[in-house]
Design a protein around this ligand. Sequence first.
Ligand code: HEC
Length: 127
Amino acid sequence: MKKIIRITAATTSVLFFAAMTGIPVLAQSSQKTTGDKKPLPSEVMKIAQKSCVKCHIDGGMGGLKFTEWDNYTPEKQTAKAKAMCNAVSDKIMPPKNFLKKNPEAAPTDADIKTICDWSASLQPAQK
Ligand code: HEC
């Protein structure tokens, strides 16, 4: 009996949540932000499209998946943005052997700056 109540409660809250957030739940990157969440800015999206998506969409390599970006918590988005800045600055990403075959995917210095400026803008203010 208890179990049925619990299941009913869970189902109701899921439906309620879906109604609140507005279906379709999986719609891509509407510019609406919830809380402190930040959708990928279009200039970062463009660089990612050129240099990163081959491995960071469905593969989700290294735990970074741009298609899931809007579902990340603000803390996770901030941490991932920082990791992206570090990875491109240190030329760890995109991987060298990938760039050998896809030289056109190399981020330019301007691209790297765009990612790092964006990342910096997400970091909590220094006190
Ligand atoms: C050829 C495939 C490939 C491409 C292209 C690529 N990555 Fe990666 N990335 C990987 C793999 C594989 C890992 C996991 C590496 C590891 O765990 O050692 C990774 C890991 C990462 C990580 C660490 C994950 C984390 O959450 O800390 C970041 C950040 C990252 N990539 C950012 C980027 C960015 C930004 C680009 C585009 C500029 C990019 N990657 C392009 C394959 C790729």
